[in-house]
Design a protein around this ligand. Structure first.
Ligand code: SF4
Length: 316
């Protein structure tokens, strides 16, 4: 099998196993009008974000905060703190006292640097006046490297560009595609090339349609919604992805969860106008699926026994 076909086939396998990931997640406030004290923030996937400029900006902020740290619970808590301060807005972040900003984003780590990066980015973002940024311009901002710039372009601006992270390099170097210290651009090119001749007629397996028609997944979704008020999001997510519905229900019933529950999408609405939109969808899902596989099986100490890629892996 050619390299390009292998890259596609791994995507299809991961999608089939883990289902649509529905990135980028957005922090939503479900408190209604009943008052600040009852604010209940959820980290929601599958919203087809960004649906507006505010979500676009939030995605960019999240892309900076997630540098060198995990999304759950670190970045989620930092984003919630910014929302509690009503500061998820470039002007407001720029006006925020440095110490207050650092304290708000402290859960995401490296808060001195990240506060400075956020302010640099906010100045840039305001200068855009609603225009889309170029990759070059993003890379010229202090503290924005290729991974962060490409995350913004893909997830905030819906540009068909592949995001490479340490997980991508770990998994695909173990599978034998390149060395773990391969250059960012080299790895990105490999993935972009795999889908360069993509056509809209070949959608079914690339979109996870089989998953969408899976009644048990829809049932999981209904149960997840019922348990919104309680539960620890990471544990809930793990169990739902494993289809361990009864365990997920047990977690929902706990009342001491401090993290917002995570929503899995039953099916992301898919209606592509052209091949670039399709590629954007695939690159969003592929990157998210790689992160899922790295956290679940292809860890630093790989858990290869149950890995669906084992038969093709040079590492085993
Ligand atoms: S077989 Fe092991 S090393 Fe290879 S991809 Fe799977 S978990 Fe990673």
């Amino acid at each position: 099998m050619k390299t390009q076909q292998k890259i596609k086939s791994i995507y299809e396998k991961l999608l089939c196993l883990y289902g649509q990931q529905g990135w980028w997640p957005i922090i939503t406030d479900k408190s209604g009008k009943s008052g600040k004290s009852s604010s209940k923030y959820l980290c929601e996937h599958g919203l087809n974000a960004p649906r507006n400029d505010s979500e676009r900006f939030e995605i960019c902020v999240g892309a900076i905060l997630t540098q060198n740290t995990g999304w759950y619970p670190n970045v989620v808590n930092a984003l919630i703190n910014l929302k509690r301060l009503k500061a998820m807005d470039p002007k407001k972040i720029l006006k925020l006292d440095d110490e207050k900003l650092k304290q708000a984003i402290r859960p995401a780590g490296y808060f001195n640097q990240k506060a400075k990066k956020l302010k640099e980015f906010c100045r840039f973002y305001m200068g855009l006046n609603g225009r889309n940024p170029s990759r070059e311009a993003l890379l010229n901002i202090w503290g924005i490297g290729p991974e962060t710039a490409d995350s913004m372009l893909l997830y905030a601006y819906d540009k068909p560009i592949f995001v490479v992270d340490a997980y991508t390099k770990r998994i695909f170097s173990r599978l034998g595609f390149f060395k773990e210290d391969a250059a960012y651009d080299e790895v990105q090119k490999l993935f972009m090339n795999a889908f360069k001749d993509q056509s809209c007629s070949d959608k079914k397996s690339l979109l996870g349609d089989e998953m969408n028609s899976d009644e048990s997944r829809r049932q999981q979704w209904r149960t997840a919604k019922q348990g919104l008020a309680q539960g620890n999001c990471e544990r809930v997510r793990n169990e739902l992805t494993r289809k361990s519905l009864s365990v997920a229900q047990d977690i929902f019933s706990q009342k001491n969860g401090r993290l917002p529950p995570l929503l899995l999408p039953p099916s992301v609405k898919i209606d592509f106008q052209n091949v670039n939109e399709l590629k954007t969808y695939i690159f969003k899902e592929y990157h998210a699926l790689i992160v899922e596989h790295a956290k679940r099986h292809c860890k630093t100490n790989a858990d290869c026994d149950v890995c669906l890629l084992k038969s093709k892996c040079e590492y085993v």
